[in-house]
Design a protein around this ligand. Structure first.
Ligand code: C2E
Ligand code: MG
Ligand code: MG
Ligand code: MG
Length: 282
């Protein structure tokens, strides 16, 4: 009968919740070990600038990878959300920042003197009031300028805690760091809030790029974001660009900052150093 059905469902739900909680705790423990055992590494995806001075690699985005002891590669889309449930995300975030700043110093010495690095932050990072001074100390220790470090924060996360995020963002900008609003278009920004955010770049979410050249709605949204950025004086980055048609559309409507598999996949530091125009210098 109906009541039995309801209680069966509730039991099934509870069992499911318990097993997913157990999985989460297991993975948290594994992530903790991964940090200690050095199972994380970074890959860097190039971002190209097609502005007036011709095509150049302006930045690389640091993307974390986890290679488990058994060789399996785990996507950050799987383990970052789990790490975000605990304080582990702060330790992972700190590891990424240290590694990325050290690697940028090597890249700058190794033939890319003006290169910037983009670092993805998780929500607990940028509501951390100590983040700006810690990052400044880190860049000083590594011998790189804050102007060469861009922090990517998703629009969704910033809009969820604007009262905590905005003061941290403001301080970071005053110190010279850049800030990019990642996955833009997915995070329900109110326009009045957006105009107050101290951001250096808007980064259009990959899901809108996917619709080019067929989806009229996606194309309209992309053109609107490009116009918005132009009128606000905030450069717009397109990510996840996979095809020549997508690339051509973006260039046609004035997007000069482009990232995606069509231009370059994430790669290791050694690969990048090997491709340096002045390689051998580092
Ligand atoms: P994101 O910051 O939006 O990064 C872009 C993702 O799109 C990356 O996936 C990148 O490899 C992928 N991508 C780039 N170009 C293309 C393309 O042309 N086509 C397709 N299909 N994909 C493309 P990845 O490395 O798996 O990272 C996924 C997400 O995990 C990132 O999204 C970011 O939110 C998070 N993440 C990655 N590294 C870190 C990190 O160090 N810290 C934190 N907190 N989050 C990170
Ligand atoms: Mg990003
Ligand atoms: Mg993104
Ligand atoms: Mg993303």
């Amino acid at each position: 009968n109906a009541l039995n059905f309801v209680s069966d469902c509730a039991t099934a739900d509870l069992a499911e919740q318990q097993s997913s909680l157990a999985q989460q705790l297991t993975m948290e423990a594994e992530l903790h070990h991964a940090l200690i055992k050095g199972e994380f590494f970074l890959e860097y995806q190039p971002l190209f600038d097609f502005g007036r001075s011709g095509q150049r690699m302006a930045a690389v985005e640091a993307l974390i990878r986890w290679r488990r002891g058994n060789g399996e590669l785990v996507s950050p889309e799987v383990f970052i959300p789990i790490a975000e449930h605990s304080r582990l995300i702060l330790q992972i975030g700190r590891w990424v920042m240290e590694q990325a700043c050290r690697d940028l110093a090597r890249l700058q010495r190794g033939g890319f003197p003006d290169l910037q690095v983009s670092i993805n932050l998780a929500a607990p990072d940028f509501v951390n009031a100590r983040l700006p001074s810690e990052l400044l100390a880190l860049t000083e220790a590594c011998g790189i300028a804050p102007q060469h470090v861009c922090l990517e924060m998703t629009e969704g996360m910033v809009m969820k805690h604007p009262d905590k995020a905005v003061p941290v963002m403001t301080l970071l900008r005053q110190m010279g760091f850049k800030i990019s609003l990642d996955d833009f278009g997915m995070g329900h920004s109110s326009l009045s809030r957006l105009k107050e955010l101290p951001v250096s770049y808007l980064k259009i979410d990959r899901s809108f790029i996917r619709g080019i050249p067929h989806d009229r709605g996606d194309k309209a949204i992309i053109r609107t974001i490009l116009d918005l950025g132009r009128h606000m004086g905030v450069p717009v980055i397109a990510e996840g660009v996979e095809t020549d048609a997508q690339f051509g559309f973006l260039r046609q409507f004035g997007c000069t900052l482009i990232q995606g598999f069509v231009l370059g996949r994430p790669k290791g530091l050694q690969d990048l150093l090997g491709a340096a125009p002045l390689s051998g210098a580092g």
